[in-house]
Design a protein. Structure first.
Ligand SMILES: [Zn+2]
Length: 315
């Protein structure tokens, strides 16, 4: 699930980025948005899991692919049935949502009265619809492709300027699907075949931003203190000078963040700088205990931080 990957990345980034970094608050906002987005998607998954589809169907959540022009598509949900294919764009925006169709302008007003523009979800979903329609015709499959924008926050108010546009509250999704079943006739589409074709073009798009190394804080950071404090190493334990927490495992999370934000290769020297240990022998011992795969020779020796570093701590 790409959202989760993005969330994990942004979480690592905001806990490592220097607080005075000029992009700090924008990444923090992106993190909160991403968190809200994930919450919205999970709510939709529950609603769809509860819905009884009258015929065969398949749902792809977070369907991602790259089109022939090299641009990416990230579709929150793609529902395929033998009667229609539905592109679902999920939003979890609070406040009141407004639309100025002539300008394709989508905005929200917060409870405090602040008006902000948002990416127009209709244009986003329409772009996906166009591409999926193009693919189906290329594959010789005849099936109506539709889209809907789902608002997953029950407290959000949809202004009457949105009347007649394809946006509904999540609770209306089952009813919306029922109507699609009524208005679209049965086709001869082989769902398994369509599913296979979609799987073959889907791919996970990695989420990362190239943030320069010197914008990131060093140190094994205390999770208990929301990563505000740097822990020190003493007799095999990482200790937080602020809250006093002692942990053998804190280094795993630090290296996980290093892997996400900087890279999966680390040398003894980089590790010393990153975790704040001056002594080379201590770091060597630490590396030995971590059992990372080692590559290169002499001064070029580096260690590979494994993808499952966080699971390793229990070993
Ligand atoms: Zn602490």
């Amino acid at each position: 699930m790409y959202r989760t990957e993005k969330l994990v990345y942004l979480e690592a980034l905001i806990s490592r980025l220097k607080v005075d970094d000029e992009e700090f608050s924008s990444y923090q906002q992106a993190y909160y948005r991403s968190q809200a987005g994930l919450a919205g998607e999970l709510k939709m998954q529950r609603t769809l899991a509860d819905y009884h589809f009258p015929g065969p169907y398949k749902i792809f959540y977070n369907f991602e692919c790259i089109n022939e022009k090299g641009f990416s598509h990230q579709i929150d949900a793609l529902i395929i049935t033998t009667r229609f294919l539905l592109v679902v764009e999920v939003k979890q925006i609070s406040g009141t949502l407004f639309y100025k169709p002539a300008f394709h302008e989508f905005a929200r007003q917060t409870e405090e009265g602040v008006i902000e523009n948002f990416k127009n979800p209709f244009d986003q979903a329409y772009r996906h619809q166009l591409y999926i329609s193009y693919l189906l015709s290329k594959w010789g499959i005849s099936l109506p492709v539709l889209y809907i924008v789902i608002n997953a926050n029950i407290r959000t108010k949809l202004d009457s300027s949105l009347n007649g546009y394809p946006i509904i509250h999540l609770s209306g999704l089952p009813n919306f699907l029922e109507k699609l079943y009524e208005t679209n006739g049965e086709s001869t589409v082989n769902l398994m075949d369509l599913e296979r074709k979609l799987v073959s073009i889907s791919r996970r798009l990695p989420y990362s931003k190239n943030v320069e190394r010197d914008r990131l804080r060093n140190g094994v950071l205390c999770q208990n203190c929301d990563f505000h404090h740097v822990m020190y190493y003493h007799h095999g334990l990482w200790i937080c000078p602020h809250c006093g927490v002692k942990s053998k495992e804190a280094i795993f999370l630090a290296l996980h963040q290093y892997r996400l934000l900087i890279g999966d290769r680390i040398t003894n020297r980089e590790l010393r700088k990153f975790v704040g240990i001056d002594c080379k022998a201590v770091t060597s011992k630490l590396l030995k205990r971590l059992k990372f795969e080692q590559f290169g020779k002499g001064r070029g020796v580096y260690h590979l931080i494994p993808e499952d570093i966080l699971e390793r701590k229990n070993e």
